[in-house]
Design a protein around this ligand. Structure first.
Ligand code: UDX
Ligand code: UDX
Length: 464
């Protein structure tokens, strides 16, 4: 079977939350291209080849099935695939560094650099390398330097194409994105490579949504976009604390803000805190970058977004502790949701992890419930397995519990029979809604003491 029939051969290194869905969409939309995704993790590749995909993402399996075996392939063979591809997307993880200079803030680029070296060694022809992973500004230039030191006379053009998809809505975001950003050097070969990437997305995305820029702008825009989104959440979360003190309602305040077209109504839901693999990592990356250039005030400004998120998570646990008469020791507390947001199995940086750890420090008996993320929760909490209970069924999780804390906004939790739940809980029964998704008045009428975020608490005791 020759692959000559394909007009472009595209490779993606890294079959994670970003690489997998993005390549599946390109392959589904462009049957004329051969798209291969490689990963060092064999189990992950086997899962991509099966109907039990390694990540849960609504609609993903359908998209994968449209193209898998036709023009979409998953493999662990790096060298051969590098050799035969003209365009290589790199979507390996870039976690926050845990050691040495910049520990806790800057990005750990070891996987990225290794990819560049692997590409250089295995290549026999010129290639376009596309940065998909979110990277510190100027990484493309560093990569180009590593790639260009080859004795084969090969030319590698590095292009930045940051991914803006959000988990849980990845398919919709990939199919109909607000914009796709492609940054390159503004040299002749840079512009040519840029056009080659634009051409891929132009197969299904209107040209006016394909934005081009120089390399640094593209790299920086991704960090800044995530930082702005996180900043909005931290801003509304800071106001939620104030609302609770002055008997205001944060949802009402957010509605007023959101109807101002200059502000806009998205990302104004107060919560127990934002999570996910990107926000914290990207802000800290921005902070590190600013510090590197001596912009200490700018760095402190952005770092406060992360501090506010930590504060909000901590405040949520304090509220639980205080409401439960200042002791949660040996009390059964059911956590509804462990994923960092609804419609994903991803638990990276989930506020639920922090809340669980804090409650365990207070010796609470934590029961974790989630429709999709229990496996990841078990991995995250493997050191505490003996004292945590995992229970997919929320009714069972809440059985004999003193309190429920809603940590993920799964629709499922809105639709439960709370009268039934209440009957089986310890008295007084408490509910802490870390996502403001429940009908608080109704819960209060059932008998719960209700603690929404940023709204007056609905409690049955007169003197608390
Ligand atoms: C990753 C980055 O974390 C993020 O910064 C960036 O914006 C997009 O890419 P994600 O897809 O969510 O995001 O990461 P992850 O799900 O961890 O996937 C990365 C994959 O790369 C993993 O499957 C890992 O096995 C693979 N990998 C890592 C390689 O194939 N080779 C390596 O050398 C290192
Ligand atoms: C984010 C960006 O949205 C996306 O563009 C980028 O490519 C990757 O990072 P993601 O982390 O998948 O995507 O999810 P997102 O929907 O942004 O939510 C992040 C966190 O913020 C979640 O924990 C979510 O629950 C929380 N959130 C979001 C709020 O607390 N309130 C809101 O109003 C919105």
């Amino acid at each position: 079977m020759g692959s000559e029939k394909f007009t472009k051969k595209i490779l993606c290194i890294g079959a994670g939350y970003v690489g997998g869905p993005t390549m599946a969409m390109i392959a589904a939309k462009c049957p004329q291209y051969k798209v291969t995704v490689v990963d060092i993790n064999k189990e992950k590749i086997s899962a991509w080849q099966s109907d039990e995909l390694p990540i849960f993402e609504p609609g993903l399996l359908d998209v994968v099935k449209q193209a898998r075996g036709r023009n979409l392939f998953f493999s662990t063979e790096l060298e051969k695939n590098i050799e035969e591809s003209e365009i290589i997307f790199v979507s390996v993880n870039t976690p926050t560094k845990t050691f040495g200079e910049g520990a806790g803030k800057s990005a750990d680029l070891q996987y990225w650099e290794k990819c560049a070296r692997d590409i250089r060694e295995a290549s026999k022809s010129d290639k376009i390398i596309v940065e998909k992973s979110t990277l510190p500004v100027k990484t493309a230039i560093a990569m180009e330097r590593i790639l260009s030191v080859n004795e084969k006379g090969l030319h590698f053009e590095v292009v930045s194409n940051p991914e803006f998809l959000a988990e849980g809505t990845a398919i919709r975001d990939l199919e109909n994105p607000d914009r796709v950003l492609i940054g390159s050097k503004e040299t002749e070969s840079g512009l040519k490579a840029r056009e080659s990437i634009v051409e891929i997305f132009a197969n299904w995305i209107p040209r006016d949504r394909l934005i081009t820029s120089n390399l640094m702008s593209a790299e920086l825009s991704k960090l800044v976009a995530n930082s702005f989104l996180a900043q909005r959440i931290s801003s509304i979360n800071s106001i939620s604390a104030l609302c609770e003190k002055v008997d205001a309602n944060v949802t009402e305040v957010a509605k007023v803000l959101g109807m101002d077209s200059r502000i806009g109504n998205k990302f104004l839901n107060a919560s127990v805190g934002y999570g996910g693999s990107c926000f914290k990592k990207d802000i800290l990356n921005l902070v590190y970058l600013c510090e590197t250039f001596g912009l200490h005030e700018v760095a402190a400004y952005w770092e406060s977004v992360v501090k506010m998120n930590d504060y909000q998570q901590n405040r949520f646990v304090q509220t639980i502790n205080q409401a439960l008469f200042n002791t949660v020791a040996n009390k059964r507390i059911a956590l509804f949701g462990f994923a960092f947001k609804a419609n994903t199995s991803d638990t990276r940086e989930s506020p639920a992890f922090y809340v669980t750890k804090k409650l365990m420090e207070e010796k609470a008996h934590v029961v974790i419930s989630d429709p999709k993320a229990l496996n990841n929760a078990k991995i995250d909490l493997k050191n505490y397995d003996s004292i945590i209970e995992y229970e997919e069924d929320p009714y069972k999780a809440a059985d004999k519990a003193h309190a429920i804390a809603v940590l993920t906004e799964w629709n499922l939790y809105k639709e439960l029979d709370y009268e039934k739940i209440y009957k089986k809980m310890e008295r007084p029964a408490f509910i802490f809604d870390g996502r403001n998704i429940l009908d608080h008045q109704k819960l209060f009428e059932i008998g719960f003491n209700v603690y929404p975020l940023g709204k007056p608490h609905l409690i049955h005791f007169k003197d608390v």
